[in-house]
Design a protein around this ligand. Structure first.
Ligand code: DO4
Ligand code: MG
Length: 280
């Protein structure tokens, strides 16, 4: 099952049928430990509505209202290698090797809902950066209890020259207006997501593909519940939280995003998150 936040309300998709939920409050609709069972029960009392599929293609909002977005770092070997390379002149390379092997993962605050955009919206690159990339990441949706209740697609937009200059600049490389994209909806499963799930990214410039790649989530060094439980240590999230789980795909060093690029990230079962790159 998937759930979507739209301009017309909360939509449930189940086996290709679409239902408009009676619940109009995204926070309470989402933040339920028994979300899968509750949605299954709710659709018994609703009539499917085919028009909602058309609505979803135009009116889907980021699946976030009062939640925060957090992110995990250096969870894939490719990310470890890329960060070590970009920060070697600053002497930061060692930190990334250490955190990849450490018991405690790298977790950082990524964005508020106001700095997060949804499908079809513009993600920004910073004017004071010359080296920017999207990071396609499986993103956990967790209830306030800490339970993983769903999965969405995240784009952890990153300024590689800023984070490479000094690891202490990480918050500026990662958190700024429209630096995060989430969506299109939240996949709600009875069982944990399959480790064989593939994440793909395609970047187009003037209609031509300039970068594409894919990776399975089983290449991640850490387990999803492990990341979730570290996030909830000493930190509470009254409305639930989104946790990006790190990137396993980093474009070659000579690649940087340009204004007008289209970034399309897809994850099996969840869908496609498409955003256009802009600059203020
Ligand atoms: O430590 C830098 C950020 C790492 C990150 O965002 C990732 O691995 O996805
Ligand atoms: Mg990342």
């Amino acid at each position: 099952m998937r759930i979507f936040r739209t301009t017309q309300g909360n939509v449930i998709e189940s086996d290709g049928q679409y239902f408009l939920s009676a619940s109009t409050n995204w926070d309470s609709f989402l933040n339920r430990d028994d979300l899968f069972q509750a949605l299954k029960a709710e659709i018994q009392s609703l009539s499917p509505n085919g028009d909602l599929a058309t609505l979803l293609s135009k009116e889907t909002l980021a699946p976030i209202v009062s939640q925060e977005v957090w992110a995990s770092g250096v969870t894939y070997l490719r990310s470890r290698e890329a960060r070590m390379e970009e920060s070697k002149d600053a002497g930061g390379g060692d930190f990334y090797a250490k955190v990849y092997d450490a018991e405690r993962p790298e977790l950082f605050f990524k964005a508020t809902a106001a700095r997060t955009v949804g499908p079809g919206a513009v993600v920004l690159i910073r004017r004071d950066s010359k080296w920017n990339v999207p990071e396609p990441e499986l993103t956990l949706c967790m209830a306030s209890s800490g339970k993983i209740i769903g999965y969405t697609i995240g784009n952890d937009m990153s300024s590689r020259d800023i984070e490479g200059e000094n690891p202490l600049y990480l918050p500026q490389a990662k958190s700024y207006d429209a630096s995060a994209a989430l969506g299109p909806g939240v996949l709600v499963l009875e069982e944990p997501i399959s480790p064989e799930t593939v994440i793909s990214i395609q970047i187009k410039r003037a209609g031509q593909v300039v970068f594409e790649n894919s990776i399975q989530i089983n290449r991640m060094k850490r387990q999803l519940p492990e990341l979730a439980s570290w996030l909830f240590r000493e930190t509470s999230f009254p409305h639930g939280v989104f946790l990006m789980t790190g990137t396993g795909i980093v474009p070659p060093n000579e690649f940087t995003l340009a204004v007008g690029d289209e970034v399309c990230i897809s994850i099996e079962g969840i869908g496609e998150l498409v955003n256009v790159v802009g600059m203020r």
